[in-house]
Design a protein around this ligand. Structure first.
Ligand SMILES: Cc1cc2nc3c(=O)[nH]c(=O)nc-3n(C[C@H](O)[C@H](O)[C@H](O)COP(=O)(O)OP(=O)(O)OC[C@H]3O[C@@H](n4cnc5c(N)ncnc54)[C@H](O)[C@@H]3O)c2cc1C
Length: 393
């Protein structure tokens, strides 16, 4: 075999997985179809402080610290919660990817940019990956373990027979020039008309630049994501007065667990394995955490020279032990949210807009683990759960 591990995709999940395996002295190759790591950016770069600790990166990629949240109902109600702690960070996503990639290379992984994997087939003792470079030159790479970290449209998943039609959130996001009154406050816009099943957002970078985005989580809303973005702008003319798009991006995020994320001698990680948060679509934290588990299982397999289905299945077991409860309950919440009409959203926001609930939100809101806050709210007011059941939400 040429390689112990071939990782397809140099996004955060691929690089972080590669770094850990290479750190233990294994021969790791990362192939990335683009020539520049971190580009094109398909992200709004909002992460919890936990991500920086996990990735062990310095603060230089942090653009802004966010300490508050304002949720707006389409019918006028608002809920604003200010926290004394940092709730989330706006980061430079391209540099984040580049730094993780640098770490993988420093650990000993080899990076091949501008090389696109085009097929993978099982061979005795592993996989044979076929790849093509920008000059149409073909490469054949033999590896003991193949790791698909190739994002939401993962071809590796398809080649391994693991492709699953998960629900997806479709998003449009833009960096905009916009006068915004509170540089530490994230705004979330709810409304089934402009953001069916999802939400819109403003993430301030400073007092005059923000990331504004919108998504929908229905199979097909009938309109383009850009159309939904315009609807959001039109709904809030005062907030978006004078806005100017600097650059824009978009893409999809898979939601919910995948039935199978491994095969003999192979694993999927990150968006390729649908390792995202169903409430927000954030995939960076989940992808990094999954990378740690994936890398550990790969290293055990290499040490034991055992690449069997059973050995690789440990990855899925460990991943589900850690996340199934949170992900499934978030998916249920998502389903419940789909049933809400705008007038229901208005009622929920008005109901929560009381000092006692705002205090709980301020104390327990966690963008990686929203169920913590949900449990605290239900513990505080058990009738809330009953009311939701009666309303069949
Ligand atoms: C509009 C938008 C906003 C978002 N905002 C946030 C946010 O604020 N916070 C957050 O946590 N998450 C956010 N996400 C989700 C986040 O971007 C993803 O979860 C994250 O990028 C997943 O990382 P990954 O490494 O799994 O995959 P990716 O980052 O998609 O990386 C996959 C890599 O594989 C490469 N590749 C693909 N196919 C091949 C091939 N055949 N051969 C070689 N290379 C290949 C790609 O070029 C790419 O570099 C957002 C997503 C979108 C679309």
């Amino acid at each position: 075999m040429d390689w112990d591990v071939v990782v397809v995709g140099a996004g955060p999940a691929g690089c972080f997985t590669a770094m850990q395996i290479a750190n233990s002295g294994f021969k790791v190759l990362i192939i990335e179809e683009h020539n520049q790591i971190g580009f094109p950016i398909q992200c709004s770069g909002l992460v919890s402080p936990r991500v920086m600790e996990l990735a062990n990166l310095d603060d230089s990629i942090i653009i802004n610290n966010l300490k508050g949240l304002r949720v707006l109902s389409p019918l006028g109600a608002q809920l604003q919660v200010d926290c004394s702690r940092v709730l989330a960070l706006a980061i430079d996503r391209a540099i984040f990817d580049q730094k993780l990639c640098e770490k993988a290379i420093n650990a000993g992984a080899i990076l091949q940019k501008g090389l696109k994997a085009t097929a993978a087939q099982s061979i005795p003792g592993g996989y044979q990956v076929t790849a093509v470079d920008k000059n149409d030159k073909n490469y054949t790479l033999n590896t003991k373990i193949l790791i698909g970290a190739d994002g939401v449209e993962s071809n590796v998943a398809a080649w391994l027979g693991l492709k699953h039609d998960n629900l997806k959130a479709v998003m449009y996001s833009a960096d905009v020039e916009l006068a915004y009154s509170d540089a530490n406050l994230v705004s979330v816009f709810l409304g089934q008309n402009f953001a069916p099943g999802w939400f819109g957002w403003i993430i301030p970078l400073d007092l005059k630049t923000c990331r504004v985005g919108i998504g929908y989580a229905l199979i097909n809303s009938g309109y383009s994501p850009r159309h939904h973005f315009q609807q959001l702008i039109d709904c809030y003319p005062q907030i978006f007065k004078g806005y100017k798009i600097i650059r824009n991006t978009g893409g999809t995020v898979p939601l919910g667990l995948m039935p199978k994320i491994y095969a003999p001698s192979a694993m999927l990680v990150g968006d390729a394995a649908s390792q995202t948060k169903p409430i927000s679509g954030g995939g960076i934290y989940m992808g990094l955490r999954a990378s740690q588990i994936c890398a550990n299982v790969a290293m055990q397999a290499l040490n034991d020279n055992d690449f069997s289905e059973k050995k690789m299945s440990i990855y899925q077991t460990l991943w589900e032990n850690e996340t199934k409860e949170e992900t499934d309950s978030a998916m249920k919440l998502r389903q419940s949210y789909l049933k809400l009409k705008d007038k229901d959203i208005e009622s929920v926001i008005r109901f929560l807009n009381k000092p006692k609930y705002k205090k709980l939100i301020s104390k327990y809101a966690d963008i990686d683990y929203p169920s913590i806050l949900a449990h605290k709210l239900f513990d505080y007011n058990p009738w809330l759960k009953v009311a939701l059941k009666i309303a069949k939400i």
